[in-house]
Design a protein around this ligand. Sequence first.
Ligand SMILES: [Zn+2]
Length: 206
Amino acid sequence: MIFDEVLPAKQGTAFEMAAGQVLRIIDLEGQQVPDLLCIKREDHADKLSPPNTQLLNKTIFLKSGHHLYSTRATRLMTIIEDTVGVHDIISGGCSSYTNEFRYGVRGTASCRGNFEKALAPYGIPETEIPYNFNIFMNVTVAPDGTTAIEESPSKPGDYIDLRADVDVIVAISNCPQLRNPCNGWNPTPLRMILHEPEARIAPTHG
Ligand SMILES: [Zn+2]
């Protein structure tokens, strides 16, 4: 075990993962979305690409066994276990700009703001931060292409395990969105457990 921490509601964080290490993110209270991105530690230009992730997995609905791919088609991380099976790769992350556009409110807390703060110590400026993978986020796509953000089906204790396939910097925003159903209208804490591959942990419940 490398760490076992609670990420408070609305907060962000960043840390390094070595290839092979596994990150478990547990939705403690249910219906909470962690926005996650990863950047190759040795080359910050080689970073998560949601379009390449869709292209190379041939789906917008990622499940266990799918990979997170980079701008240069590097396999950065793999979903190795997942108790929810509902995630989003097409909707990016909330920002103060899109919140102002959608809800007419200026200066809101946002995932983009959390990423900017969390990645500043790594020398990664806001303009270089990629768009992200939305874990447990329920974005429905109608046959005519219309998209909608719905409440997440994740229950208390649901989790996802992600393995780093190369050395990466990982940033997570515990989404602070209050103005749509993304987080069930109530942002809540997440638990993060980072461990070595040989220390695969048993399923967690509740
Ligand atoms: Zn957000």
